[in-house]
Design a binder for this molecule. Structure first.
Ligand code: NAD
Length: 451
């Protein structure tokens, strides 16, 4: 038997013993996971440095800290979430009581990407554990050091029939997808999302797809330019733009374009200094292939900031490209790097139409003090989630479910959303035996006879 089939079978057998359904078991293991993350913090930071040159500050903020907060929140609320919920009973079912029982699916497969290789592997795992599933985690092959540490931490501390890390690339993913799983949680590109959905269809396995796309960032004429510049520079260039919700491109009202771009230049310089390659604090591009794809975009439009790159360091300066149109190559796909194209608009409707005719974005950001403009954009454009007067920050709240819509994804998670995504809601009607209402039965003219 192949090793993946054997692993899935082992996990299913363990799941059927019922241990993972005990809330005390889930809490104990979440606490163990939290302790392991804390005690391996330094090693994890070193791995993230090797794989992506992430600074300790960024590694803590966007990978380790965010996951520890997610575990804390989950542990605090799990008993409440896992309890059966009593819901209202309708007139038609009078006399009965209605409940929703959350139950785990069974064996969950989590496939994660390289850009936040720790966070995007562990955050879904927290949801899967909280909901009472067994989990197979397949991290990205492009960040091997982090994937190896994940493998080591998990295999040394959890039995593989409960949680297993399986390292490897596309072949390993595909081999796992051949198996009959009870849930698949995938984070990655739109094209691979389609492969996953196809594979899941064979067994009608439920899925979550956390995908990507081009996330617009609109700066309207009455925006607070200084704050907008700082918050956009942060959201775009953190992790060298390799963030699924990073502002992909700017749509700036022509009246404030020049003063805004001036503020943006200042903000980038303040955050990253003049000698970014020597700073040692700037995330690199994950691979030569990804680096070459990005460098090719630098010829688009007119460079008005940055533009230098280092092949040895696989690093590209924060770059702003002006005079970009939808016909430029950079507008044809998700950028996923530190290059920020600028489009301008005069007419809100026309600008919104350009966004609406394209695939629904994962995120959208509106910088404006005008509530009418904010509401109009929110009402008219469909997208996964986003911020008004900020970028990327919606991800950090456990109270906001995070996910895409249309091509940017299916389903959402974070906070209670992570518990929900890995739980089936079993609906139960508990009928009374004190009386029996006759109206549903045929021949109700003799109704009273039956009461
Ligand atoms: P990717 O789709 O190339 O890879 C993701 C995972 O899928 C990896 O583990 C990889 O080994 C596996 N994989 C790759 N090709 C496969 C195939 N043909 N069959 C089965 N499995 C396969 O994505 P990536 O390059 O690692 O990540 C970048 C993409 O992920 C971007 O589009 C980004 O927007 C998106 N992303 C989305 C989120 C989100 O939360 N929505 C977060 C991070 C990244």
């Amino acid at each position: 038997m192949n090793i993946y089939r054997e692993l899935v079978q082992k996990q299913r057998a363990f799941f059927l013993q019922g241990k993972t359904k005990e809330v005390s078991f889930r809490l104990k293991n979440l606490e163990t996971l939290r302790e392991l993350i804390r005690s391996n913090e330094q090693e994890l930071m070193e791995a993230l440095k090797v794989d992506l040159n992430k600074s300790e500050f960024d590694a803590y903020l966007t990978e380790i800290g965010i996951v520890l907060e997610e575990i804390r929140f989950t542990i605090k609320n799990l008993k409440k979430w896992a309890r059966p919920r009593k819901v209202k009973t309708s007139l038609a079912t009078i006399g009965s009581k209605s409940y929703i029982y959350p139950e785990p699916y069974g064996v969950a497969l989590v496939i994660s990407p390289w850009n936040y290789p720790f966070q995007l592997a562990i955050a879904p795992l927290i949801g899967a554990m909280a909901a009472g599933n067994c989990t197979i985690l397949k991290p990205s092959e492009l960040t091997p050091r982090t994937s190896a540490i994940l493998g080591k931490i998990i295999s040394e501390n959890f039995p593989e029939e409960y949680i297993a890390v399986v390292e490897g690339g596309v072949e390993v993913s595909n081999a796992l997808l051949e198996e009959k799983l009870d849930y698949i949680f995938f984070t990655g590109s739109v094209s691979v999302g389609k492969v996953i959905m196809n594979a899941a269809a064979k067994n009608l396995t439920p899925i979550t797809l956390e995908l990507g796309g081009k996330s617009p960032c609109i700066i309207d004429k009455d925006a607070n330019l200084k704050y907008a510049a700082k918050r956009i520079a942060w959201g775009k260039f953190i992790n060298a733009g390799q963030t699924c919700v990073a502002p992909d491109y700017l749509y700036i009202h022509s009246q404030i374009k020049q003063p805004f771009l001036e503020e943006l230049r200042k903000a980038i310089q303040e955050m990253y200094g003049e000698t970014i390659f020597e700073s040692g604090h700037y995330t690199r591009i994950v691979s030569e292939r990804h680096f070459n794809r990005l460098v090719a975009f630098l010829d688009n439009g007119k460079k008005i900031f940055g533009g230098s790159y280092s092949f040895e360091a696989l690093s590209i300066e924060p770059t702003i490209l002006d005079h970009i149109t939808w016909d430029d190559e950079i507008m044809g796909e998700e950028i996923f790097g530190p290059i920020l194209p600028v489009l301008e608009y005069n007419d809100l409707e026309i600008m919104m139409n350009e966004i609406k005719v394209r695939p629904k974005p994962l995120a959208l950001y509106i910088f404006s003090e005008n509530q009418e403009v904010q509401n109009k954009i929110l009402n008219d454009i469909s997208f996964g989630g986003g911020c008004i007067n900020d970028s990327c920050y919606h991800l950090s709240s456990p109270y906001l479910p995070f996910g895409g819509v249309g091509e940017s994804g299916i389903g959402s998670y974070h906070g209670k959303g992570s518990f929900d995504v890995f739980s089936h809601e079993k609906s139960i009607l508990k009928q009374t035996t004190r009386f029996d209402l006759p109206f549903r039965y045929p021949n109700t003219k003799n109704a009273l006879k039956y009461v």
